[in-house]
Design a protein around this ligand. Sequence first.
Ligand SMILES: [Fe+2]
Length: 298
Amino acid sequence: MEPIHENRKRLELEYYGRESERDTLKWYHIAAKWVLELPFLLKPGRRNAGDVRLRRIELSIRSLPTAFDGCRILFISDMHLDGVSDWAERIVHIADGIDYDVCLLGGDYSFGYDASDERMRDQVREVVTFLVGRSQVFGILGNHDEYRTAELLDGLGVVMLLNENVCVERDGEKIFLVGVDDDFFFRAAELKKAGATVPEGACKILLAHSPDLYEQAARSDYALYLAGHTHGGQICLPGGVAVVSNARVPRRLIRGKWEYGGMAGYTSYGVGTSVVPVRFFCPPEVALLSLTKRDETE
Ligand SMILES: [Fe+2]
């Protein structure tokens, strides 16, 4: 793997330097907080946000090598561990109770953009140390992460995939896991570079923080696209209709299973929350993804 590169650090400094964008974000946050912190919304919303569940999902993948049929991925995204203190404990409890083959981390380990926050770092250490002790762990960065979080994770034994790929072998067969840096805020995703060394025709899985790259990924022959970022909407109306999608994608791609151009996709509901630690009609999750070989004669 490459060392945590200077490119992400430069992009972060450029982004934080654009005061107008920061002001817009600040006003949006203030408006959302004003509404969601009304006592009759805050209390049930917090309860919903703390109710992190294991969600079991089966994903049918084209070109999946037979050796990976039945492979189980523990997929954890958007932990935002500086939000609610119970989340770290809850994630460990869920992971401890199940069997899986590999763990993928979809980014957004914190909410506050501050990788020096020791409380957040302690919680990341608690979760990641446990996960690294159970299986190999691969991770990417989200739009709320700083390059220093990648350094922390790297030091804990997570293989960070920032615009690069890794070959995973099982019984002599191979799949390629490709990870890109955040596209949503930092515009740091380099899909072409990330997959450049993957052999033609190989089974490729993309790990990207947000689903925004779905068209490019389908054109680039990915078999599976795993994303988070949207929190499934986080604040939804009865029936699960998201108030804000928070991604530049069709609404059907903002949570759960989806399909685009023959590529399977899954967008996690995420563990944590943004802006205010509440959820409505959109339960938080740790996902256990079981891969199955798609019958391509159908
Ligand atoms: Fe997030």
